[in-house]
Write a protein that binds this ligand. Structure first.
Ligand code: UDP
Ligand code: MG
Length: 322
């Protein structure tokens, strides 16, 4: 047993979740109550619901819940900042009151019963506890393929990301404090948090089907997350372009000599198809490489501006009477 406090805040990012939020919030409250009763967490523990610029009635539901019970708190972001920033805002705000924070999705896909194990790890001295899914059975074929492909690619690019760890994770006060030191706008928490170090552990959990509504991770959002993940964690793509450029230059050099020799010896070269294929391929690869460089330049641009990562429009937080 350690002497750290045991106020737990559950941080829940919510984007257009009106269909299932009320139910999910009650399930979370039940879990908090149970943990309090068992003496595992402080009665001051809370559920922090973050409205990530939803267009539906999500914020209305959150304010209703907060009015009903002080166990709920709410943050309303000024627009849709995306999952990562929504989690970050919830964590940083919670850090003002909590001893540990667990981030969990609003759709109850991530098994809330695993919380006991998270807290146990914290009690055993961990500062970071990663939730790792047992399987991907609930994912469609497409999601499975893209997710597996993404992890493979990240591995190839030398990024240290944990397989099948989404953003279901516990951070202690110390870890949250360390996280505030990272000022990057281009945020990929799954990659960043392991680089902070700290004693950590893994908790395995089952993934369930989404209880209500549909996935808020559109293909566009998934791709943006993947690009953010890669560019924020690795510069290897830039190195690969350099290597590729070098190899092509070598090849071209040899080809030039061959062509010159052919020309001098008066050989008639046909090769229309070859010329076309090579120039198309080179054109494609060159534009792609420029695009990759552009991605990094864009990220640098955003980082140098150092704009706020989120803006809080409204916040509801009430002291809990024990
Ligand atoms: N989410 C968010 N902002 C976004 C997209 C998603 O806060 O722009 C939240 C969403 O409400 C949910 C969590 O992130 O609580 C995970 O999203 P979702 O369940 O749709 O993703 P999936 O489980 O399909 O990967
Ligand atoms: Mg989900």
């Amino acid at each position: 047993m350690d002497s750290r406090g045991n106020i737990l805040y559950l941080v829940v990012p919510c984007y257009n979740e009106e269909e299932g939020l009320e139910h999910a919030a009650r399930v979370m409250r039940e879990k908090i109550r149970q943990l309090v009763k068992e003496g595992k967490i402080s009665p001051k523990s809370k559920v922090m619901l973050v409205n990530d610029g939803s267009r539906d009635g999500t914020w209305k539901i959150i304010s209703g819940l907060c009015k009903e019970d002080a166990v709920f708190s709410g943050i309303c972001l000024s627009r849709n900042y995306g999952h990562q920033s929504a989690i970050l805002s919830g964590m940083l705000e919670s850090a003002k009151h909590a001893d540990m924070v667990v981030t969990i999705d609003a759709d109850l896909q991530q098994d809330i019963e695993a919380l006991d194990k998270f807290i146990e790890c914290y009690r055993n001295g961990c500062e970071v506890v990663y939730g790792v899914r047992n399987n991907r059975d609930t994912d469609g074929f497409f999601k499975k393929m893209t997710a597996t492909g993404f992890y493979k690619l990240m591995g190839l690019l030398g990024c240290n990301v944990m397989q099948n760890h989404a953003d279901y994770r516990l951070l202690s006060k110390a870890a949250l404090q360390a996280l505030t030191e990272y000022r990057e706008v281009n945020l990929f928490l799954r990659g960043l948090i392991p680089t902070m170090g700290f004693p950590s552990d893994v908790v395995y959990f089952d993934v369930k089907k989404r209880e209500a509504g549909h996935s808020k991770y559109t293909l566009k959002k998934m791709m943006a997350l993947a690009v953010d993940g890669i560019t924020s964690m690795s510069t290897r793509p830039l190195r690969m372009i350099t290597v590729w450029g070098f190899l092509v230059s070598m090849f071209s050099f040899v080809m030039i000599i061959i062509c010159l020799v052919d020309w001098m010896t008066g050989k008639n070269v046909q090769g229309y198809t070859t010329t076309l294929v090579v120039s198309l391929l080179m054109g494609g690869l060159t534009i792609f490489s420029l695009g990759v460089v552009g991605e990094y330049v864009g990220k640098i641009y955003m980082e140098t501006k150092a704009r706020p990562r989120y803006i809080i429009e409204a916040m509801i937080w009430k002291e809990k009477e024990d």
